[in-house]
Design a binder for this molecule. Structure first.
Ligand code: HEC
Ligand code: HEC
Length: 223
């Protein structure tokens, strides 16, 4: 009992300085983590894993423990991940893969060994908090029963383009007026992450049909 109280007390005392970085402190942490990988010989590859542009201020519930753990651990090798990128069911697997790397058992051998110097790994309790946070603000997948059109020819431009990096998003997430800005950001994400963007047409490869994607999303958007 006494030890439990002591642990709780210690956690309360220690956490605010170490884990719970905020504001300028969070930005400093981000900058420091980023320079670690950006300056490594693998920087260009790591830089492309996730797009830039999603910053600490955009994390949902930025003052929560989950947001601060994400800031502490998830920028050590690449840009900050957005919890809304993946659906809840996917996050445990992704986090598991990342934690194995942080703990030195990654699948990228030499690269990770070099980068590992100085990389911090979360403990099991923190992993649970990270997963809970990412799941709470996760992407809502498209429900094929609600939008069966996504799997008909009219949904093809949307389906081909928008399932390359994450699950097909629920069109009801945004209104017809809001979607084009999100789609434009995804176009930049595609250029960044080197997926099909349609800028250099290659015979036989699906091209990005932005107008048709926006029209499809508008038809099934939130009213
Ligand atoms: C030790 C380095 C390292 C750390 C720390 C790290 N990652 Fe990664 N991450 C990688 C590498 C390498 C890849 C590319 C290979 C892959 O996808 O496994 C990647 C890819 C990703 C991707 C894109 C691939 C996908 O499945 O969508 C996401 C999202 C991601 N990481 C999330 C996270 C989260 C969340 C954390 C914090 C819990 C984290 N990463 C911490 C190295 C790291
Ligand atoms: C090249 C990879 C990639 C492709 C292809 C892609 N996305 Fe994304 N998507 C991301 C990344 C990375 C994030 C998280 C960062 C962000 O929000 O920009 C994300 C997040 C999202 C989110 C949640 C973010 C929010 O603010 O609501 C939605 C919705 C989304 N994508 C829709 C789409 C649509 C629609 C398409 C097809 C036009 C698409 N995505 C294609 C990489 C991609």
């Amino acid at each position: 009992m006494f030890r439990l109280v002591l642990r709780l007390l210690l956690a309360a005392l220690v956490a605010p300085q170490t884990v719970l970085a905020d504001g300028p402190q969070a930005d400093a942490l981000l900058a420091r983590a980023k320079s670690r990988w950006a300056e490594s010989p693998y920087g260009p590859m790591l830089e492309r894993i996730l797009p830039p542009g999603f910053d600490s201020a955009q994390l949902p519930a930025p003052k929560s423990v989950g947001a601060r753990l994400t800031l502490r651990y998830c920028v050590q090798c690449h840009n900050l991940p957005n919890p809304a990128m993946h659906e809840a069911a996917k996050w445990p697997k992704v986090v598991k893969r990342m934690v194995e790397r942080m703990r030195g058992h990654g699948n990228m051998g030499r690269l990770m060994a070099d980068l590992m110097a100085g990389v911090e790994a979360p403990d099991d309790a923190e992993v649970a908090q990270l997963v809970a946070y990412l799941q709470r603000y996760a992407q809502t997948p498209l429900d094929p029963k609600v939008v069966p059109e996504a799997f008909l020819p009219e949904g093809e431009p949307f389906r081909l383009a928008c399932k390359q990096c994450h699950v097909l998003p629920d069109p009801r997430r945004y209104t017809a007026a809001q979607w084009p800005a999100v789609v434009a950001r995804m176009e930049r994400n595609m250029a960044w992450m080197n997926r099909v963007v349609g800028s250099k047409p290659v015979a036989g490869e699906p091209q990005l049909r932005i107008d048709e994607i926006n029209a499809f999303l508008a038809r099934h958007a939130r009213k």
